[in-house]
Ligand binder design. Structure first.
Ligand SMILES: Cc1ncc(COP(=O)(O)OP(=O)(O)O)c(N)n1
Ligand SMILES: Cc1ncsc1CCOP(=O)(O)O
Ligand SMILES: [Mg+2]
Length: 368
């Protein structure tokens, strides 16, 4: 304190604060402590919510452990003096909640909201922490970057897990009842949808793909775009499906990053091996039978299905002319996953057809 009664020292060693009356300094210090205390709690709570999903939802010890380490590091900054500054009764923010917090449309939305919460809290800690301890700002910045990495890894892991679990893949065709049909199939347990429309204008594609993505994510299903990497990015889809004449996988991967899914159509062993070597996350195997949906494209037959069953190291979907009548021939040839267009898009009861196809596919023992 100087002669005029002003404090010109620091809150703690090394951190100089503006010159201000001692009593005012104490008040500000209290406010800073309360901000730090509240945000340390927020960050830890958010991490705990994410950790529970990693542990029980994804069964990922690695992701759960990273959450735990992050929580412990956040906790190491939560000193007694910060806790002592807590004044829950006097905090006008305790009753404030946004309507969006009262409801979450999906696990994805819940996770995103909590990542957001943790990242915001860490940003606050980074700034106000500089007033508390010389190392706190930098430590919280580094924690924030680790949380970003965790978010990317978790979302990617989640997508891959769901892809491996998916046995039925709906590839859509243009329809006046596109959304109700897809929703009916989702109600039947479908977990993988591709938006495919070779004719529509981009404005229509953008609108429908956005709606489909929302719908799929509400049901916890993956949403893939056919052919178009730009559209996949624009609507925040889970990935893209590329044929032999579409964009090379390497370029798509550069644009989409490591966490989104890339599928590749294949008609023979050489195309399969190339697709896998190039980093495809899954492959299409077909057309198994000739189909009006892909008129003029030669059928590959069950031989290639048998080859895929023996040789594919990534999930693969038999496609082309598959329906409730021949699904068991596919299963007998070794198919564990199938993709269909007409069987669902033209079904009178897509929910029932989905349930039937899945019931047949689920009779197969999971691998490994
Ligand atoms: C799952 C799945 N497999 C194959 C295809 C066909 O892709 P492609 O050969 O590029 O033909 P188009 O679908 O673009 O006409 C697919 N879309 N999905
Ligand atoms: C897009 C595509 N690629 C290979 S076969 C096919 C269409 C399959 O459609 P359907 O299930 O109606 O036979
Ligand atoms: Mg294509």
């Amino acid at each position: 304190m100087n002669e005029a009664g002003y404090y010109d020292g620091s809150i703690t060693n090394g951190v100089v604060v503006m010159v201000e009356p001692y009593s005012q300094h104490k008040q500000i210090q209290q406010v800073v402590y309360r901000i730090l205390d509240a945000n340390l709690d927020r960050a830890r709570e958010g991490l705990r919510i994410i950790e529970e999903w990693c542990r029980f939802g994804l069964n990922s010890a690695q992701l759960a452990l990273e959450c735990k380490y992050l929580r412990q590091e956040v906790a190491s900054w939560h000193t007694e003096e910060l806790r002592a500054a807590r004044d829950t009764a006097g905090d006008p923010g305790t009753d404030l909640s946004h309507p969006q917090e009262e409801q979450r449309s999906s696990i994805k939305a819940l996770l995103q909201a909590n990542f957001c919460r943790v990242e915001e809290a860490l940003r606050v800690l980074e700034e106000y922490g500089k007033l508390y301890h010389p190392k706190m700002g930098l430590a919280c910045k580094q924690l924030r970057y680790r949380v970003y990495t965790l978010e990317t890894n978790l979302m990617g892991y989640q997508r891959h897990q769901l892809l491996w679990r998916s046995r039925l893949y709906l590839v859509t065709s243009p329809s006046d009842s596109l959304l109700p049909t897809v929703e009916a199939a989702l109600k039947g347990g479908l977990t993988l949808v591709q938006y495919r429309d070779k004719q529509a204008d981009d404005t229509v594609r953008l609108e429908l793909a956005t709606k489909l993505r929302q719908l799929c994510h509400t049901y916890g299903a993956l949403f893939i775009i056919n052919d178009r990497v730009d559209l996949a990015l624009a609507v925040d889809a889970d990935g893209v499906h590329l044929g032999q004449q579409d964009m090379p996988i390497a370029i798509a991967r550069q644009l989409l990053g490591p966490q989104r899914l890339i599928g590749r159509s294949t008609t023979n062993a050489a195309e399969m091996q190339k697709a896998v070597a190039e980093g495809a996350d899954y492959i299409g195997v077909g057309p198994v039978y000739e189909t009006p949906t892909k008129a003029g494209k030669a059928a590959v037959g069950l031989e290639y299905v048998k080859y895929a069953a023996q040789n594919s190291s990534v999930p693969w979907f038999a496609i082309g002319g598959i329906d409730a009548n021949n699904i068991n021939d596919l299963i007998d040839a070794g198919a564990e996953r199938v993709a269909v267009v007409r069987s669902l898009m033209q079904a009178e009861q897509p929910t029932l057809v989905t349930q039937y196809l899945l019931s047949q596919l689920n009779r197969i023992k999971p691998e490994g």
